[in-house]
Design a protein around this ligand. Sequence first.
Ligand code: TXA
Ligand code: MG
Length: 424
Amino acid sequence: MNVLKRYLKFSLKRSSKLQGTRAMAAVTQVLACDSTSIVFSLDDQVAISSPETLTALHTAASCLKDLLPVAFPTETVYGLGAIALNATAALKIFSTKGRPADNPLIVHVSSRRMLQTLLPQNYTLSRSYELLIEHFWPGPLTLLFPCDHSLIPDIITAGQPTVAIRMPSHPVARALIAVTDAPLAAPSANSSGKPSPTHAEHVLNDLNGKVTIILDGGPCEVGLESTVVDGLHEDGNIRILRPGGITVEDIKRVLVNGFSDTDTPIPQILVHRRDFHDDTLEQAPTTPGMKYRHYSPSVPVTLMRMSDAPLGIEPLSPSAFLEVLKRSVSHSPDVLRVGLLMPSDSILMKYLISDTTIQWHEFPLGLVSEPAIIARRLFDGLLTLERERVDLILVEEVPEENEGLAIMNRVKKAAGSSQWIVFP
Ligand code: TXA
Ligand code: MG
């Protein structure tokens, strides 16, 4: 039995014990699923060869049909799913997470056929959407579509005229939707404001007793949420509301190739807050972090910036920074415990850990040249260091290109402060 399974077994026993002593919403069951036993055919039919996985999926599907949320793995992060077309079921997502009601949910489908059932009758996909779906579905790309309000409950869209839809590529996610035979609304499976879970264990640590079933499909490969794209504007441009698993560079490549043989101009790709601002968007929480606190562990996070400091901000040398740290961070009487969430080849990390008066908790993220690995490990790092009870977490910035754009989007929201550093 591997460590996680043993831990989960222990945790389950503990949660059953707690059941007797204090009122809990549910005993949380963690059901292992073997992704390799799930196969989708080209026409979106699912076959599941492992009896254990099949039973787990059917148990989860019947829980969903009883209108209870289920936590399940996707390729991005773990999701907390409920039947999307049932307002009562969707409402339970909000109460389980403590999520503000004005934050809309993404609807997850398992096939093009299922997508079609959600769209208004007279709506046809634009060429851009056809290209994006062809290249990135199933996968970590969410698209906004016009909403048929007679079909989709208002609680899903939070009053927006659009509905966000994606087809996840994780076999367990897609199979759960197919077996339930219903689109599932699913935000990340964490208490609102916390980092998103990328392992079943993260979900259990956070929502134990609040959710009936967690499907365990192992660690999430992408590690950051899907890219949210709005391609519904009349100018035909592609607006990135949330950078994520599919990079701006990926999207650009597909659109440039896909429009090369037409007279239609290639749509521009505009990243929110970098290339455009939208006051209405800023007011409504239509993209994470615009209105609410996001991705923050209970420990303070400081973003360590090595790029040029903005005018008026004096960067510190690493040694001056260490002095400030020792003076200003309140900590347990014995020793200052600092988490380091930095690239494995970070020069700053190497410098800092040479100070032995601080207890360092390193969580190397991967090489700067491999942002996809850094993305995969980021939330795990925040959650792991939080559990190690450090006094402070220092996260080092990465270049805002490829996966780095999404990484920095999440890190800036998680961090309460920034510190510019310059090596003398
Ligand atoms: O990768 C993901 O997208 C994960 C997994 C579970 O699929 N889900 C996820 O959901 O990240 P959530 O709720 O944590 O973030 C979805 C974001 C919402 O914060 C919301 O702002 C945006 O998508 N969204 C949903 N519907 C929208 C709409 N109609 N217009 C604009 N933004 C929308
Ligand atoms: Mg979330």
